[in-house]
Design a protein around this ligand. Sequence first.
Ligand SMILES: Cc1cc2nc3c(=O)[nH]c(=O)nc-3n(C[C@H](O)[C@H](O)[C@H](O)COP(=O)(O)O)c2cc1C
Length: 173
Amino acid sequence: MDIQVLVAYATKYGATAGIAEKIGQVLRQQGLRADVLPADRVSDLTPYQAVVLGSAVYMFRWRKEAARFLRANERALAERPVWLFSSGPTEQGDPVQATEGWRLPKALQPIAERIHARDMAVFHGALDPQRMNLIERWMIKNVKAPVGDFRDWEAIASWAAAIADALKKKENP
Ligand SMILES: Cc1cc2nc3c(=O)[nH]c(=O)nc-3n(C[C@H](O)[C@H](O)[C@H](O)COP(=O)(O)O)c2cc1C
């Protein structure tokens, strides 16, 4: 099997990069090839048969590198299976419940629909007040967001394993 997957991500403080690395690791364990790269370092999707794209969420928006990647590569993405994820909430429980059903910035939803994104996952993120600037710290305090690393490695790994399954089935239906 020779399926090459791109896992592209946009991060500010590294939590989303960690999630992307985990996804890449699981895909490789499942026998696929995976490149894990910052979204702004990829300009050509030709080598990839599938793409996973994720971003950290700040004020209900994706980081601009991920939003740009989605817009700039819409045509190539429409020709490949694509999975999207957002990394954000730090509340306990179901992350989509924590975001009240929010999965992707509104402005990007039409693109996700046009490229027929296979899934739009939301994963718990991480907040480290020591690394944030003053305004961010104030905002987090204001909304009483729990601080700490809430990344759910099991949920991330099982999502990645489902991606691997789908791609392997596609190769050998
Ligand atoms: C100022 C600020 C605003 C945030 N806004 C949101 C938000 O709107 N929705 C959300 O789910 N998470 C929000 N978060 C949480 C981050 O998305 C979360 O910490 C994420 O995992 C950070 O990823 P990164 O380390 O890759 O940048 C916010 C965090 C900060 C500091």
